[in-house]
Design a binder for this molecule. Structure first.
Ligand code: IFM
Length: 464
């Protein structure tokens, strides 16, 4: 068993306290860590298919083995407990529980029951994500399959109900979708994610069906969960900045806010799809996939909202110089933000997290949990240790940004580092590491990094 050395030399801080009861967590997802893709009746997911498609993932990497968490979960839960983690956000592999998206696979369900009981035994709150991108492959058949299909939201309700009925007595918090922006725009417009479709117009249909799946699942879950269950959604809202004060760049930023943020926020939190969104996307879609009554079904009451944040986005109007197109539109391009960047090429701007949390508080008005935040790097083990001062600095500054948002009125009640273990980073494969704990993918050895020791100390002191 890996143990965490006591007394970290990395433990320094201003001593600024977090409120009593602040939930210190880590987050992870099924396909990125579990492996065991063909074990105990699990069916294939769209990510199995995509990662095995030549050229889709850097280095030809797949999630076939990943961190082997399916077998090593007790050790991984012990690591969390040693860190003092209070909340673990994990996701359920839909095809492990419903291999072809329909009938239930008891062995798959039992795995999650053992995992949840293991968390409770260690005093860790399970925060269960229902969908972190591993759609059963059999629900993605043909051109109109996957999230393009109106049937998939109904199958998602079946899945949510199985989990609600079977695990709802012991899982106090459920978040429906992780980053539906990625599912819709990277999966259907840019093709960087499974199922790898590359038509901008499809992203809007997918986004609507994800929204519908969310709303219907929440309504169905309310009928089977105990009173007091906490239901949420985890959004990677873009903190969008205009590249300049030029009217065309400001318009591009507003357009990106509409298609990346308000396409989820407006229907989920009550207003339906806005006239601006419909007008702004008129050349791409007529929104005829939104049926009468859908928007009311999406606008269900939630108990909290999850915010995933890594970096802001700066955009300019498309045209003129070449630029990286913003997925799902030909009206905006990404522009680099000067200053330090992570190895992912993502700018490090902690104040943007404060701004985003304040915006969410204003627009949504619910308690907030940061459900993901962290830094990707190329960490190496040296003499049994992993020195990752950049990650410590990133986490410290983003936690300070959370405190600042709280001071200014945002009701942020928890924070989850992405992530516990180095893992399968989607189209980037295994090269970029986000874990507090280093994983040697040759022998599955876990080595807590300096950042893990630092985080344990922050948790123990409940202060930065
Ligand atoms: O690894 C991902 C995670 O699955 C979703 N949010 C962003 C992380 C880092 O890219």
């Amino acid at each position: 068993m890996t143990t965490i050395p006591r007394g970290s030399s990395a433990a320094t801080g201003s001593g600024e306290p977090f409120p009593d009861g602040f939930l210190w967590g880590v987050a992870a997802s099924s396909y990125q860590i579990e492996g065991a893709v063909a074990e105990d009746g699990r069916g294939p997911s769209i990510w199995d298919t995509f990662s095995h498609t030549p050229g889709a993932v850097a280095g030809g990497d797949t999630g076939d083995v990943a961190c082997d968490h399916y077998h090593r979960w007790p050790e991984d839960l012990d690591l969390m407990a040693e860190l003092g983690v209070m909340s673990y956000r994990f996701s359920v592999a839909w095809p492990r529980v419903m291999p072809d998206g329909r009938g239930v696979n008891q062995a798959g369900l039992d795995f999650y029951r053992r995992l949840v009981d293991g968390l409770l035994d260690r005093g860790i709150r399970p925060l269960m994500t229902l969908y972190h991108w591993d759609l059963p492959q059999s629900l993605d058949v043909g051109d109109a399959g996957g999230w393009l299909s109106r049937e998939v939201p109904d199958r998602f309700v079946d899945f949510a109900l199985v989990l609600g009925k079977e695990l709802g007595d012991r899982v106090p918090a459920i978040t429906t979708l992780n980053e539906p922006w990625c599912s819709a725009y990277l999966g259907y417009a840019s093709g960087e994610h499974a199922p790898g479709r590359t038509e901008s117009s499809l992203a809007y249909r997918a986004a609507h069906h994800l929204n519908l799946a969310h709303g219907r699942a929440v309504s169905a879950l309310r009928g089977v969960l105990p009173q007091g269950a906490d239901l949420s959604v985890s959004l990677n809202l873009h903190q969008v900045q205009a590249a300049s004060d030029r009217p065309e760049d400001r318009a591009a930023a507003e357009h990106v806010d509409l298609i990346a943020n308000r396409v989820f926020l407006d229907p989920m939190f009550g207003d339906g799809y806005s006239a601006e969104l419909r007008a702004g996307t008129a050349g791409l879609t007529d929104w005829s996939f939104v049926h009468a009554g859908d928007e009311a079904e999406i606008a269900v009451a939630l108990d909290s909202v999850g915010v995933n944040f890594y970096n802001p986005s700066r955009v300019r109007a498309a045209g003129g110089e070449p630029g990286r197109p913003f997925p799902g539109t030909d009206r905006a391009c990404f522009v680099d933000i000067p200053g330090p960047h992570t190895v992912m090429g993502w700018p490090i701007v902690p104040s943007a997290l404060t701004d985003l949390l304040l915006r969410v508080q204003r627009d949504v008005g619910l308690p907030i949990e940061v459900t993901e935040n962290g830094l990707g790097a190329r960490d190496v083990v040296e003499s049994g240790a992993v020195h990752d001062p950049d990650r410590i600095d990133y986490l410290r500054r983003h936690l300070a940004a959370v405190l600042e948002a709280r001071r200014r009125g945002a009701e942020v009640r928890g924070y989850h580092v992405w992530t516990l273990l180095d893992n399968f980073e989607w189209a980037w494969g295994y090269d970029k590491r986000f874990g507090l704990v280093h994983v040697d993918f040759a022998d599955q050895r876990r080595t807590p990094k300096d950042s893990a020791l630092w985080y344990a100390d922050v948790i123990r002191r409940n202060a930065l």
